[in-house]
Ligand binder design. Structure first.
Ligand SMILES: [Zn+2]
Ligand SMILES: [Zn+2]
Length: 175
């Protein structure tokens, strides 16, 4: 909690200090950021899991949250490309035996792909990583489907099914 005197008290009401919002000096407020103590009006306050916070604290914590180094992002992207390609190949091949029942293994498979990407990045978060990895899974997956079909492993249909579900799953993960 910051010292009260750091913030401008506009007036007191029954002994309760009414502050000026740190971002809007003309606005009165009794609400304060529960991390730094900065007075914030209802428009500035951001409701988080742990209470009201000022925009500065929210930005600071978000940039700490997304702390992946470039090498973590690169290994995640490499894993997405590799696993995506494998997904395309596997989808074509599995389809020979399972046909459209491939849809049953598609979700657990997609979970493994998402998990593999997460581990490859050493479990470090990065902004929009889910979007980039999903696009790579999709593109590499299409390549895998094309190669698998070319090799005569099976039908492209189940390959596309597996790739589509894997890419959609990866997209929804918050890496
Ligand atoms: Zn704050
Ligand atoms: Zn404000």
């Amino acid at each position: 909690m910051g010292e009260d005197r750091e913030w401008r008290v506009l007036r007191y009401e029954d002994g309760v200090p009414i502050y000026a919002c740190a971002y809007h000096p003309q606005r009165e407020t009794t609400l304060r950021c529960n991390r730094c103590g900065r007075p914030i009006c209802t428009e500035c306050a951001v409701l988080t899991d742990v209470g009201y916070r000022c925009p500065d604290c929210v930005n600071e914590l978000e940039s700490r949250f997304y702390r992946a180094a470039p090498r973590h992002v690169l290994t995640s992207l490499a894993a997405a490309a590799g696993l995506g390609f494998l997904t395309g190949l596997a989808g074509v091949f599995i389809g020979r035996f399972l046909g459209l029942w491939t849809v049953l293994v598609a979700f657990p498979w997609a979970g493994l792909v998402a998990e593999g990407i997460w581990r490859a990045g050493a479990r470090h978060r990065a902004r929009h990583l889910n979007v980039y990895t999903a696009v790579l899974v999709f593109l590499a997956g299409l390549t895998g489907v094309a190669v698998g079909t070319w090799w005569g492993l099976g039908s492209p249909l189940t390959g596309l099914l597996l790739v589509g579900i894997a890419a959609a799953t990866v997209w929804r993960v918050r890496y």
